[in-house]
Every structure is written in C-alpha cells, then in structure tokens.
Design a protein around this ligand. Structure first.
Ligand code: ASP
Length: 333
C-alpha cells in the first residue's frame, strides 16, 4: 500500500513566477507536482492550496492555519509536505514543532532558492526528497528537507540567501541526508502514539539585537511594549555596564516581564554565567537564557507558551522543558 501524503502549498520562490514587480507566488501545488511526475511511484498525493504568499508575509496567524490544516486532515493521511518560502521557513518549522508535538507522522517543510519553472532550479530535487522522506517508514515530527539535508524543525536556520545549500542545522546534527534519492538516517526523532495539537499563540514577542552602543531607550521601549522580549547579545551573553541596561532588565523581570537572553552568534549558544557582564543576569531568578536554543525557536516557543502559562514559574518550566530537542544544554540538568 502506498502512503497517502497531503501536499500543502503556501507560496514561496518554489511557486513563484516573474512579474513586473519581481518574483511572486502563483504556482499551485498541483502544478508543482506536475514537474515531478515520478513522485507518484513513491506515494499517493492530495493537494491543498492554503496560501499563496512570499514567506515574508507569513506570520503567527498562518502558522495556526497550517497546524489547523494538519489537525483536520491528520487521520486521513500518513504524512504531510508543506511547500513554503525559504526566508521564514525556519520560524515556521519552529512554530509547527510547538503547535504539533510528538507527531508520529512526518511533517516536512520544503521550498527552493529558484522557481520551479527555471531550468537550473533546486525545486524538483527538494520536492522529490521531501516526498521520499514523507513516505518513508520511521520518519516522525517536523523537519525541513532541503538540498539533501533533513533538519529537525527546532534546529533549522537559513544560512545562505542564494546558494542551494540554504539551511543549516544549528547546535545539532542533521537527522538524515538524502543522497541520490536514498534516505540515509542518523537519528530517529522521538514521537508519541498521538500528536498533541495546540491552537493558540501570543504574537506579542519581540527581539532586540544589540549593537555596540544600543540606546537604553530602545530597550526600555521594547520591554514596555512586548509581553516577552528576547535580547540577542554578544558572544556567550551579557549587557553593557553603562546606560542602566542591567537595572532596566532586572526591574522588568521583577515586575513579571518575560526576558530571554541569547546570543547573536550562530553556533554553541549562550552561557551568561561566564563574564561579569552576564553573571548577574544569570543569577537573577526572573531572567531566562536560551543556551543552545535557536532564536527562531525562542520566538516561537514564547508565542506558544505565553497563552498556557499562568505564573512566572509556569513560563520558566515550559521554556526549559525540551520540545523536539529544542534545548539540550547540560546547564538544565
Ligand atoms: N522570498 C522568498 C520567500 O521566502 C524566498 C524563497 O522562497 O526562497 O517566500
């Protein structure tokens, strides 16, 4: 029996055509599929056009829409392939990892750096590889399949704007590779017998990337106007001593604001306790630290957990409870 896969189209470069105003999505999932007729040998595919958007226009409401479409169709299919723009795909993969937890069926996100209508496009390979993964036995949960890599949804980041090699798995290995149409597995992701679906997000989460000389007024404004603020600081993490930033953050945390410290360095994560610029924050019971979690995950995890948490203690517990291997630091043990 061939596996039944639902192919959900959301737009992106893969589905784009040249218009006067630049590349614009306009190719539906049926048409995408017509470029890879050999997929029919791997699985039976049904198509659902959910959105037709550049992923720059995709946000939390669309993540809920995608999770809702999977929930509605979960019983009728063995796996899901979502075609999506690459620009925010890592955020969507993170969000889907929180909205659909422990799925025994694969939920694969893919896309391309070049539209499917172009001769030298990566679209066809990425689609074939994605359907191969979606139809394979033992593939579970949310991942991105791109340029021969299978990356856990909680570990992906777009690291190249133009090359086919667009995504990297951050602080965690690829869970599999696809080489010449063969799936080479390294890690089998954990799953439950039934997925747990969530249907709410709080989008009022903000991110402040520090630069040398960031004005404290900016920090003050962002703390005031968001329900949770992620601060991407330098290196293993810290805040400048001048300008009263430490006091601003500590006062906000003491007043119940959720503040997460992380790093703008891509690899190896934060460790606030190392330097005097960070240790007071790490010792402040009200401030959270992302450690090896990606910023994409920190954003999506906060949006997911804020509606579930009633107290600061709930927020801390949910933030530090690993979901689909999003946080693995030894510091939590
Ligand atoms: N701007 C496009 C998008 O994210 C880029 C892509 O798909 O590669 O929708």
């Amino acid at each position: 029996m061939k596996k039944r896969i639902l192919f959900i189209g959301t737009g992106g470069t893969i589905a784009s055509e040249l218009s006067r105003g630049g590349l614009l999505p306009g190719v539906g999932p049926e048409q995408l599929l017509s470029y890879v007729p050999d997929v029919a040998e791997l699985c039976e595919v049904e198509c659902l056009q959910l959105y037709e958007l550049d992923s720059t226009d995709i946000g939390p409401a669309h993540w809920l829409g995608m999770a809702g479409a999977i929930r509605e169709n979960y019983g009728d299919f063995d796996g899901f392939v979502i075609s999506h723009g690459t620009d925010t795909m890592a955020y969507t993969a993170a969000a889907m990892s929180y909205l659909v937890q422990g799925s025994p069926k694969p939920i694969i996100l893919t896309g391309a750096q070049k539209p499917i209508g172009e001769d030298a496009s990566d679209s066809r390979t990425n689609l074939r590889d994605s359907f191969r993964c979606a139809a394979a036995r033992g593939m579970h949960g949310v991942c991105i399949v791109f340029n021969g890599r299978v990356i856990l949804g909680t570990r992906a980041r777009k690291t190249h704007t133009k090359s086919f090699d667009a995504f990297t798995s951050i602080n965690y290995p690829n869970i599999a590779d696809v080489r010449d149409g063969q799936l080479i597995r390294y890690i089998t992701p954990y799953c439950q017998s039934e997925p747990r679906f969530y249907g709410r997000l709080n989008p009022n989460v903000a991110l402040l990337k520090l630069i040398p000389g960031t004005r404290p007024e900016l920090l003050e404004y962002m703390l005031r106007s968001s329900d949770a603020l992620i601060i991407e600081s330098f290196g293993v993490g810290g805040l400048p001593h001048g300008g009263g930033m430490h006091a601003l953050v500590s006062a906000a945390a003491a007043a119940g604001k959720t503040v997460v410290m992380t790093t703008q360095v891509q690899n190896e994560g934060s460790d606030l306790a190392v330097y005097a610029t960070g240790r007071p924050l790490s010792e402040d019971g009200g401030i959270l630290e992302a450690y090896d979690m990606t910023t994409e995950c920190a954003v999506a995890k906060l949006m997911w957990l804020l509606p579930l948490a009633r107290t600061g203690e709930d927020i801390r517990r949910l933030f530090y409870t690993p979901v689909s291997l999003d946080i693995l630091t030894d510091a939590l043990h």
